[in-house]
Structure formats: C-alpha cells, structure tokens
Design a protein around this ligand. Structure first.
Ligand SMILES: Cc1cc2nc3c(=O)[nH]c(=O)nc-3n(C[C@H](O)[C@H](O)[C@H](O)COP(=O)(O)OP(=O)(O)OC[C@H]3O[C@@H](n4cnc5c(N)ncnc54)[C@H](O)[C@@H]3O)c2cc1C
Length: 500
C-alpha cells in the first residue's frame, strides 16, 4: 500500500445520501472517495419527508425503498456498507459521526427550504464537534449562482432563463471543461469492522439494514406498487440507466417533438422519479441527449432532442425559482391570488381525486395517477386547469393531492407546474383555460387513453368519448358530468376579473 493510500484509509468519512441514490456519477461521493477510502454511507428516513399526508406518496416510498435496497447492495459490493437510520438527521448525523469516529462528512446539497434550514443546523453541530463538512452541487446541470440577468437578478421567465442556461452549458463545453463528464467512483472502500458494527447495534441509534422482513421495508415498499407493474418509473440505479438507454436507442428521443403530447403512446423518458430521487444524474441525461444528437440523421430528430433538453431546463428553472423565491412553497407568486374566492367544494374534490367527474379525459388521467402513481404531462396540465378553473378549487389542494400520489412528487416541479396551471406563478403569459373536450380531441383523438383507464366506457364511440356526450343508458355506472365547462369557466373569469 502506498503512503497516499495509507493516508486515505486512515481518515474515516461518512457520505450522506439524500436525493442521490446512486454510486455512479455522484459528485459528493466521488469527492469523498478521492480523499478517503475509509468511507461509510448513510441514508436517513426522515419522518418530515415521509409524511403521507404532505410530503410523500405510497408510490414514492416504494421507489425509495427499492432504490435503497439496490444502493445498499452496491455499497456492500464495494467492501463497505450503507447504514439506514430512522429519525431526525439533526440528531442522527452528529451522533453517528461520533460513534464511528468519522472526521469528515460529505453530502450533496438540496434546495428545498426545509432541507436548507435543517442542514445549517447539522453543519453547525458537526463543526462544533470539530468535524469537517464538505457539500457539493450535484442535482443541477448549471450552478444556480451563475444564472443571473445582466442586473444580477434571478430570472422569472422561462424563455430568457433557458437562453442563459444553454449559453452557459455551450461555453462550458467549448472550454473543454470537465464539469459535465461522468465521474467514475472507485471500486473499493474500506468499511466498519466487526466491533464497530456491534457498537452500532448496541447503540440507541434507530439502525437498520433493510430486509424483506424488516418493518421499514413495509413502510417504504408498498406491495401495491411492487406487484402491479403499472408505474412507468422503475426504481434503482441500474433500472434508471436502462430506461435512459432505451429512451435513446429505441429512438423515442428522436420523435419526442410530437409523441410527447400523446398520453397513450407513453413515449417520454419516464425518468422524473429517477431524477427526483437521484437514481440517475442530470449529467447522464445531458450526455445521453448529446449522444443522440451525434447519431441523429435529420433536422426533425435533432429538433426533437432539443425539445427534450428544454424539458430538462424546465426542471432546473423551477428549482432555481424555489432557491430564489422560497416563499413559493407557501403560496402564489402573484399575491392577488391570495384573495381569490375559492369555492372549495369537497364533493367536487372527491370526484376529481377519484376519477369520477363524468368528464372522460379528466377521469382517465386521475385514474392513471391513482393506479400507476404517475400521470402524463399533458394530462397533468389538463386536470390542474380543470381543478382550478372549472371546479374553482384552490390549486394548493391539487398540489398537495399530487404530492400524496405521484411517484415523482417533487416540491419545485410540482409547485411550478401547479402555479403555471393556476396562472398564479411567475410566468406572465395570459390566463390559460384548458377545454378538456378540445384537449381530448387533439391529444387522444382515437380515445385509446380514455378507454385504457376507463374500461367501463370501452363500448362508447370515439366521438362521444371525446365530447363527453354519453347517453345515460350507455353509462354503465359511469357518472354524469358534475359541472358544465362553459358555465363554470365563465364564473371563474368573472371572479378573476374582480380580483384586486
Ligand atoms: C400540475 C403539474 C405538476 C407536476 N408535478 C411534477 C412533480 O411533482 N415532479 C416532476 O418531476 N415533474 C412534475 N411535473 C412536470 C412533468 O409533468 C413531469 O416531469 C413529466 O411528466 C415526467 O415525465 P418524464 O420523466 O417522462 O418526462 P420527459 O418528458 O421525458 O422529460 C424529461 C425530464 O424533464 C423534466 N421535466 C419535463 N417536463 C417538465 C416540466 N413541465 N416541469 C419540470 N420538469 C419537467 C422531468 O425531470 C423529466 O423527467 C408537473 C407538471 C404539472 C403540469
């Protein structure tokens, strides 16, 4: 063993996984492994982030649980281990560092207000204990600090944000900068010895290795999603890589421009949960898109790839928005929306939530969410507009419902999507009101998506499915429309016009 290697194995470090449930191309983990090979991984099941009433869903917990299982195996294969603790990280991280005598603690930064406040407290305690803390930016392609207007202000509108974002990336590439290259993590670490494991087991840390029989496994890995295979987002680092490969090599990325808006085709990447939990890096997606461009054979394919890249930029736009305006988490960006006289009818919310509004495209989408934990982007926009502008229900109720049901629920993207749909966000475009019937006619013109998710309507003609004009005798238990779109949206417009 060389002197450098000896030094590297002497210093013990902890790497704290948070929204980066992978070994490969993980900036914080890579940096930690360059400084010390005596490296222990930890993940903390933080009750604040596992609240099924607010912050998570059964589907997301399943994705998390399965991904942790794989991550734990991968740490094991490298000669160390991933500890999974349950409780408050403010107490657990300093305590673990003390118990296993770790000198340095590494992690990748998060951008949500709760996590930022929490992390500051943890850093203060660790530094008080004379430990070193190293944090990195891993979850965004472009560092938010660099995306500023000429006056050094944050961008509030997507268009100019995107132009700056892509300009920074292009310049980085011209300089042959390594920041977008995939990082290869070393094959071996050194872990805890048997005595230390015993010490941990006898400590009061709520410590667990996830096994099928373990109660934590029940908590995070719901059988409903484990067995039904309906969710298009597949958990774990290896599945995420496969999904990206398949999106590129099947050619879906080349026809994204048109196919992305047809819910029945399921032709998008389905990588939203992987990006949100970090089973894949955003750089891997960027590099995948570049590879596709190198092999694209015509302009249409090239443009499609660019459209997909623009979606990656939407994700970064909303994360930047939350970093710069953390108050978005609590309510509308445009304050006049605080005075909107919502009607908030709980019976209508119930019909919407259960896919029983009597409007086929809305119900198909809401059932897709209920049964698969995921919903197509076009449908997210349609059902969100319907909740706010037809049912006159506060968009924050919809935002919360999505968080409690989506596999990819993510504060920044979800809040951004809802504020965009409600017209309460930063985007200054004119008021958008989606007509569910014309949306269905345009994007589900053969009614395949509606029939898939509402099988009791499979005998109805396509024209009637799209217009929603279904005879009572043909409904077979399917409800009549709970509202009239034209009438409800006229009320909405009037209420909005009277807002100060
Ligand atoms: C009301 C509403 C709520 C939403 N809630 C969420 C959420 O909680 N989590 C979430 O990840 N996305 C959310 N979105 C954005 C979008 O619907 C999903 O990211 C997308 O459907 C995921 O499918 P995909 O991975 O196949 O995306 P692709 O079309 O393959 O796009 C690639 C990636 O780009 C990002 N992306 C694509 N579209 C958007 C967008 N409009 N905004 C932000 N990022 C985008 C996602 O990370 C996605 O995985 C929401 C949109 C709306 C209208």
């Amino acid at each position: 063993m060389s002197n450098l290697e000896k030094r590297m194995t002497k210093f013990r470090s902890i790497f704290w996984h948070r929204r980066d449930l992978r070994i490969e191309d993980n900036i914080g983990l890579f940096e930690a492994s360059q400084k010390s090979r005596n490296l222990i991984g930890v993940y903390i099941l933080d009750p604040n982030l596992l609240d099924l009433k607010k912050t998570t869903s059964e589907a997301k917990n399943w994705f998390l649980g399965e991904s942790l299982l794989e991550l734990q195996k991968n740490w094991g294969k490298r000669g160390s281990r991933l500890l999974i603790l349950i409780g408050d990280p403010i107490k657990l991280i300093p305590k673990l560092a003390e118990l296993i005598k770790a000198e340095c603690i590494y992690w990748n930064k998060n951008i949500e207000p709760y996590e930022i406040t929490r992390d500051k407290k943890i850093i203060a305690q660790l530094e008080k204990d004379k430990r070193k803390v190293y944090t990195f930016l891993d979850q965004l392609i472009v560092n938010p600090k660099t995306i500023k207007t000429n006056n050094e202000n944050p961008y509030k509108v997507y268009g100019p944000f995107y132009r700056k974002w892509i300009d920074i990336i292009n310049k980085t590439q011209l300089l042959n900068d390594n920041s977008l290259k995939i990082l290869l993590t070393p094959k071996r670490f050194q872990g805890l010895n048997d005595n230390e494991i015993l010490l941990l087991k006898n400590s009061d840390l709520n410590y667990s290795i996830i096994r099928e029989s373990d109660p934590i496994y029940d908590l995070i890995s719901s059988n409903r999603f484990k067995n039904n295979n309906l969710c298009p987002c597949k958990p774990g680092e290896s599945e995420s890589k496969k999904q990206l490969k398949s999106f590129i090599h099947s050619g879906s990325i080349n026809s994204y421009n048109e196919a992305r808006d047809i819910p029945y085709l399921e032709s998008t990447s389905n990588l939203s949960a992987a990006l949100s939990q970090g089973t894949i890096s955003c750089r891997a997606l960027w590099n995948g898109a570049q590879l596709s461009k190198n092999i694209a054979t015509n302009k249409y394919q090239y443009n499609s790839i660019d459209t997909w890249i623009k979606e990656l930029a939407w994700r970064e736009f909303y994360q930047n928005a939350l970093i710069n305006f953390p108050e978005l988490e609590k309510g509308p960006y445009r304050k006049k929306w605080l005075n909107f006289p919502w009607q908030n009818r709980s019976d209508w919310l119930k019909s919407w939530s259960n896919g029983l509004t009597g409007i086929p495209i809305i119900d198909a989408a809401m059932r897709q969410l209920k049964y698969s934990g995921w919903m197509h982007n076009r449908c997210r926009m349609i059902v969100a507009s319907f909740l706010v502008k037809d049912l006159l229900i506060d968009w924050r109720w919809g935002e919360n419902f999505f968080m409690r049901n989506l596999v990819d629920g993510d504060l920044a993207s979800n809040n951004g999507g809802w504020q965009w749909s409600a017209s309460s966000g930063m985007d200054p475009k004119p008021m958008r009101i989606f007509n569910p019937f014309s949306q269905a006619s345009k994007f589900d013109k053969n009614g395949h998506y509606i029939r898939k998710w509402i099988p009791e309507l499979s005998h109805i003609s396509t024209a009637d499915l799209l217009s929603g004009e279904i005879l009572s005798s043909e409904r077979k238990g399917y409800p009549k429309p709970i509202i009239n779109h034209k009438y409800q949206t006229s009320i909405f417009k009037e209420l909005y016009a009277n807002l100060n």
